[in-house]
Design a protein around this ligand. Structure first.
Ligand SMILES: Nc1ncnc2c1ncn2[C@@H]1O[C@H](COP(=O)(O)OP(=O)(O)OP(=O)(O)O)[C@@H](O)[C@H]1O
Ligand SMILES: [Mg+2]
Length: 315
């Protein structure tokens, strides 16, 4: 761990998609902090993706007044010989919580990682199709991946604070963005407040982050992600290592954050999807089977596979 921290936190946080999961290989790239835009090469979004009776559908047709944050068009991902995702087309609406559900290995994490190009870091991963963020193709030449990952942040299953103080964990990103001391302090307070952690840590900001409970550590990781001002937050099973009370706090937090952010969450907890997600997508063997408003998907699924899954008969 020490070696990883010493190497370059910046690289892990932005270049490598913030604290990569162990299986991802690190590909160091030059530090770039000046240009914080998704640049050039992006083809403009041609409009809503194709709709059909099933998988290739956006929820309820048009994206609605909130608009589309991420549009996925015919996305397939292979890891060598393994096809992890096949022809996924969907739209993630702004300021909504979208849940991805489905049995283990169906491609949920793979799809989530496509949204900030973290699959770039996995040897042998091949991505085809398009992912449009704010109407621009994030896989087009010239895209600033560092900036993309600042705008599309990620929180993982296991809380992974840096071995530094609570304050420094949250301050890390803002400092790297070049904010002044005062602005960094403001950003830390604001982010801890947004992450519903401030009251619990305000008197011990210099204490080690690793001394916090698991649930507090996960909220700290959310605060750290928020501190660089993302527009989308990707959460891969963020509560699976937490007790019910911590889970409930994170769920409340997600609901409060969607006013400011778009949230995509992978969960194996169907009750959690039902509680917090506006829309839910069900995946099976790399295919998007059904994508609907959560209440409808659970109450009146169209596809037999979805029904079997949401009623606990397989998966
Ligand atoms: N780094 C990798 N290298 C090779 N194959 C991978 C890699 N990551 C995932 N896969 C394969 O891709 C497929 C989809 O995996 P993915 O992790 O996206 O599934 P998941 O739906 O998130 O599963 P879980 O619910 O268990 O987290 C699986 O067959 C998996 O074995
Ligand atoms: Mg996964």
């Amino acid at each position: 761990m020490r070696e990883r921290f010493g190497r370059s936190v910046w690289q892990r946080q932005f270049e490598n998609g913030e604290f990569l999961e162990e299986e991802c290989q690190v590909t160091p790239v030059p530090l770039r902090t000046a240009s914080l835009r998704v640049v050039g090469g992006g083809r403009e979004h041609a409009g809503p993706a194709g709709r059909g009776p099933n998988a290739h559908a956006s929820v309820n047709g048009a994206a609605g007044p909130a608009g589309t944050a991420i549009a996925v068009e015919g996305l397939s991902v292979r890891y060598g010989e393994t096809e992890a995702l096949s022809g996924v087309t969907m739209e993630i609406k702004k300021h909504r919580v979208t849940a991805f559900i489905g049995p283990s290995g169906c491609g949920k994490s793979t799809l989530l990682r496509c949204f900030n190009r973290m699959n770039d870091l996995i040897p042998g991963a091949q991505v085809s199709g398009r992912v449009l963020f704010e109407g621009r193709d994030i896989y087009a030449p010239g895209v600033d991946v560092t900036e993309l990952r600042r705008r599309v942040g990620m929180v993982f299953q296991r809380p992974n604070p840096f071995a530094m103080s609570i304050f420094d964990n949250v301050a890390y990103g803002p400092r790297l963005l070049g904010l002044k001391k005062r602005q960094v302090e403001e950003r830390v307070v604001e982010s801890l407040q947004k992450a519903a952690l401030w009251d619990e840590v305000k008197d011990r900001l210099r204490a080690p982050a690793l001394a916090l409970s698991g649930g507090q550590q996960q909220r700290l990781c959310i605060a750290r992600a928020l501190a660089v001002g993302p527009e989308v937050l990707l959460m891969d099973e963020p509560c699976s290592a937490l007790d019910p009370i911590s889970t409930s706090r994170i769920e409340d937090l997600i609901l409060s954050l969607k006013e400011q952010l778009t949230i995509v969450i992978v969960t194996h907890n169907l009750q959690q999807a039902a509680r917090i997600a506006d829309e839910t997508a069900f995946f099976l063997a790399g295919r998007l089977v059904e994508f609907e408003e959560t209440a409808i998907l659970f109450a009146r699924p169209v596809h037999p596979e979805t029904e079997r899954y949401v009623t606990g008969r397989f998966g």
